[in-house]
Design a protein around this ligand. Structure first.
Ligand SMILES: [Fe+2]
Length: 315
C-alpha cells in the first residue's frame, strides 16, 4: 500500500455565539446552503458534491473546532490512525462511524501539537445534485492556521497526514494534499488559531459577482480583488464575517503535481521580483482584516460577550 495520506480538505467546524446570524451570513449572503442540522449545529454545503464545507456550532465563544480532511477509503483512515498512534500524536478516538447529520462516514480525530482538532474521514455521503451557479462557492479551498508551535506542526502535517510542502515564505508556508497548490498553510504568527479560511469560486466572473453581492449587502472588500504574486497565484477577495473571522473568496489557484512542481524556499521567494498583487490593484489591506487574521477581533468579540454576561450576573 502506498504511504497513506489525506487527499483533500473538506472544510471547517466553527463555534459561534449567534448561530442564527452566522447561518444567515453564510447561507443568504456568502452563497452556501443548509445541507442538514441537528440540535446545535448547522451544516452548510457549497455547490459541489461535498456533504458540507462549513459546520457552524452554537457555542459559548467564537473559535475553530476542527479542520476536516478526506481519505480515500476506510483502509486509508485506519492506516492514518495507526500512523498517528505510532507517532505519539494526540489521538482523540479510534476510527468509528460518524454522525448522520454530518453526512456519516468513518473517521477519527487527532489534535495538532498546538491543540487544533483535525478530523480524517472517508465514505461521507455526497450530494448527487450539484448546484449550477458560478457566483456561489463550489468547494472549500484552504485554511491558514496561526501557529505557536511551528516546526512540530509542519512535521504533523507532512509526516502524519501526508501533506507535501509546496512553498515556503517568510510569513506563511503552503502545503498541498491534492492538485491544489495549497489546502493548508501555516502563518508564522502567534497562535494557535485561525488566520483565515477560503472558499473556491469556479471562475473570475463568479468571484467578482459574489464579491459585489457582499459589498452591496454591507460587507466591504477588506483586501482585493487581486491575484497573488506569491505562492499559488490565486485570485482573492477578503471579507470579515460577523464573528470577526477573515474569510476569502478565491479562484484559479495553481494546479500542481508532485513530480514536476518546483518547490521554492523563503530565500527564493524573497529575491523574486514580486508585488503583493500581480495586477497591482488589490494591494491595500484594511486594518479590520489585519486584526481578524491575527485573531484579535475574535478575542474582542469573545471578551465583550464575557463582560456582558458578568455585568448581567452582577446586577
Ligand atoms: Fe488564502
Amino acid at each position: 500500500m502506498a504511504e497513506p495520506r489525506v487527499t483533500d480538505i473538506r472544510g471547517l467546524d466553527l463555534a459561534v455565539r449567534d448561530l442564527a446570524a452566522s447561518v444567515d451570513f453564510y447561507a443568504r449572503l456568502w452563497g452556501l446552503e443548509e445541507a442538514s442540522r441537528d440540535a446545535d449545529t448547522v451544516y452548510l454545503r457549497a455547490t459541489g458534491q461535498e456533504h458540507h464545507v462549513l459546520a457552524l456550532h452554537q457555542g459559548p465563544k467564537i473559535e475553530i473546532l476542527a479542520a476536516n480532511y478526506a481519505a480515500p477509503d476506510k483502509a486509508a483512515v485506519d492506516a492514518l490512525y495507526a500512523k498517528a498512534v505510532a507517532a505519539g500524536a494526540d489521538v482523540l478516538d479510534a476510527p468509528h462511524a460518524l454522525p448522520g447529520a454530518a453526512g456519516g462516514g468513518y473517521g477519527f480525530g487527532v489534535r495538532t501539537p498546538d491543540g487544533i482538532r483535525q478530523m480524517i474521514s472517508s465514505d461521507v455521503e455526497r450530494h448527487t445534485r450539484t448546484i449550477v451557479d458560478h457566483r456561489r462557492p463550489r468547494k472549500f479551498s484552504h485554511v491558514v492556521f496561526r501557529s505557536a508551535d511551528y516546526p512540530q506542526l509542519e512535521e504533523f502535517l507532512c509526516d502524519i497526514l501526508g501533506f507535501k510542502l509546496s512553498d515556503r515564505t517568510d510569513g506563511i508556508d503552503f502545503f498541498r494534499c491534492s492538485r491544489d497548490h495549497h489546502s493548508v498553510a501555516l502563518g508564522k504568527i502567534a497562535g494557535p488559531g485561525l488566520h483565515h479560511m477560503a472558499f473556491e469560486l469556479p471562475d473570475l466572473d463568479g468571484l467578482m459577482g459574489a464579491s459585489g453581492r457582499l459589498k452591496m449587502k454591507g460587507y466591504p472588500i477588506e483586501w482585493g480583488v487581486g491575484r497573488h504574486a506569491g505562492p499559488g497565484h490565486n485570485v482573492y477577495s477578503f471579507f470579515v464575517d460577523p464573528n470577526g473571522i477573515a474569510t476569502e473568496y478565491t479562484t484559479d489557484m495553481d494546479q500542481v503535481d508532485d513530480a514536476t512542481y518546483p518547490y521554492r524556499s523563503a530565500e527564493e521567494w524573497r529575491s523574486a521580483p514580486m508585488q503583493p498583487c500581480m495586477w497591482g490593484m488589490g494591494i491595500e489591506r484594511s486594518e479590520k482584516l489585519l486584526l481578524a487574521r491575527t485573531g484579535k477581533l475574535i478575542e474582542e468579540l469573545n471578551r465583550s460577550c464575557t463582560d456582558a454576561i458578568s455585568q448581567k450576573l452582577a446586577s
